[in-house]
Write a protein that binds this ligand. Structure first.
Ligand code: NAD
Length: 468
């Protein structure tokens, strides 16, 4: 059993609230981690330590901070196998996939180590004889609150960007992957001065205490409901809220595509990581011309995925997924595959294809976060675009089409941060986008995340009057 400790001002200890959280292996139901939950006083002590460490870290050269980050990235890389095993045990991701996402996290740390020292202000053209410039500096103390579905890669992005720009950080990993977060902190902290990175542990109330504390930024990746309550907390303290939240990403399957290929794309988008990806395919609009062949091929894909799909993170999420599927079936959708909770241990749920879905169903409107592909047949590309755009979320969208004009319309018209054409996943490293609507706000990735973590100061300097 992994014992998860907190790190405050360079010292490791058990959280002092008197509460514990236990994490169960989603494949077997066996307990894997136990977390003595941090108390409110622990959270405040971590923030105080971060505040005390802030001037020293801000005064460290950008090259020095980058060197620390590079050394930390090397340590994370060396521990890939160990982190992947923890991720697998805590949230069920197959070890090979987990190793891939740790590699992505290491890549992000290294990217920020390179970008940090060249991130800078600019000189302005002011009055003759004056000096005008925009100078950048760290915001101060950053609270980083992260989810479980990609726990290392997501944390590495926010921690790397915050630290390399000279901020100090208090990290609260998800209560569903606490030992993974704990190991990551153990790997990073030896490369940083005491107090520059602190770790507090526990569930929602611990995150809420951290978000309400006197920090300068709260960077949250997680659900929309949590993001909203963090935004409210930030409105009270004046901290900046940086929110990367949930989605209900549409996939449009246009007339003229190969239905078997489109079904392969749809299955990857809906079933990879058991559907537990923020940019998973959550709803599908297929043109009538290819609909029958597409649905047959998608059902076949789902049956093939059933043999290799991992569990959901826990039975709480599985109950929510199954409730959406059952409500859709009750409202008239047809399950072509899946749709039933299997017997046996763990939190498994089968890849599920639902035909005959409508806009009002929660499975089409809300984020499902499970291996479910709900499908609606449409009569035209216009109708597909209109329905795809009509969502409370705006994270990402995919369009499969042989038509360049449809591709152009899709990326221009869809109100989402990311639009992908003819591939459900992919994109150049360093890409960053503004999530729209309920999916959050601010840049959570890419070089632009360095801007989010810095304050800009406009400086105007004139020579003293002559004769002094
Ligand atoms: P969650 O919001 O429930 O939890 C995320 C973190 O917030 C955890 O550390 C949790 O303890 C903490 N938290 C919970 N309640 C809180 C509160 N009231 N105040 C402060 N912190 C609180 O999300 P989750 O279930 O862990 O993650 C899944 C969600 O994350 C999905 O909605 C998914 O789409 C989203 N996600 C988004 C992105 C993105 O880049 N947009 C990436 C990954 C995951």
């Amino acid at each position: 059993m992994n014992l998860v400790r907190q790190l405050i001002a360079g010292s490791w200890s058990e959280g002092g609230s008197g509460r514990t959280v236990t994490v169960f292996d989603p494949s077997t139901g066996a307990p894997v981690s136990t977390v003595p939950v941090s108390s409110d006083a622990d959270v405040l002590a971590a923030v105080r330590a971060a505040r005390q460490a802030a001037p020293g870290w801000a005064g460290t050269s950008a090259a020095g901070r980058a060197a620390a980050l590079r050394a930390a990235a090397d340590a994370v890389e060396r521990a890939t196998g160990e982190l992947a095993a923890l991720m697998h045990a805590e949230m069920g991701k197959p070890a090979g996939e987990a190793a891939g996402s740790i590699e992505a996290g290491v890549g992000t740390l290294r990217q920020y180590a390179e970008l940090g020292p060249v991130h800078r202000g600019r000189a302005l053209a002011g009055d003759d004889g004056a000096i005008d410039l925009m100078a950048f500096g760290p915001r101060g103390v950053v609270a980083v609150i992260t989810p479980w579905n990609d726990p290392v890669a997501v944390a590495c992005g926010l921690l790397g960007a915050a630290l390399v720009t000279g901020n100090t950080v208090v990290h609260k990993p998800s209560e569903r992957t606490p030992a993974t977060g704990h190991r990551l902190a153990e790997l990073l902290a030896p490369h940083l001065p005491d107090g520059v990175l602190s770790l507090v542990n526990g569930d929602g109330p611990v995150g809420a205490a951290l978000a309400a504390a006197e920090v300068d930024v709260v960077a949250h990746v997680g659900s929309t409901a949590t993001g909203r309550s963090i935004a409210a907390a930030c409105a009270r303290t004046g901290a900046k809220a940086l929110l990367e939240n949930g989605g209900s990403d549409p996939l449009i399957v246009d007339a003229g595509v190969d239905p078997a290929w489109a079904a392969g794309q749809a299955a990857t988008g809906a079933f990879a990581n058991s559907g537990q990806i923020c940019v998973a395919v959550e709803r599908i609009y297929v043109h009538r011309e290819v609909a029958d062949a597409f649905l047959d091929a998608l059902a076949a894909e789902a049956r093939a995925w059933a043999a290799r799909i991992g569990p959901l993170v826990d039975t709480r999420l599985r109950d929510g997924v199954h409730a959406q599927v059952s409500a859709a079936i009750e409202a008239g959708a047809r399950a072509l595959t899946g749709g039933a909770v299997p017997d046996g241990p763990g939190a498994f749920y089968p890849p599920t294809v639902l035909a005959g879905c409508t806009d009002e169903m929660a499975v089409m409107r809300e984020e499902t976060f499970g291996p479910v592909a709900p499908v609606m047949v449409v009569e035209s590309f216009d109708e597909a675009l209109k329905r795809a755009a009509d969502s409370p979320y705006g994270l990402a969208a995919t369009v499969l089409t042989p038509s360049m004009s449809h591709a152009q319309r899709a990326w221009r018209e869809l109100p989402a941060g990311t639009v992908k054409v003819n591939a459900v996943f992919g994109g150049a490293p360093g890409g960053a986008a503004h999530p729209r609507k309920s999916s959050g706000h601010g840049f959570g990735y890419g070089p632009e995340l360095l801007d989010e973590m810095t304050v800009t100061k406009a400086v105007h300097i004139e020579a003293p009057p002559s004769g002094w």
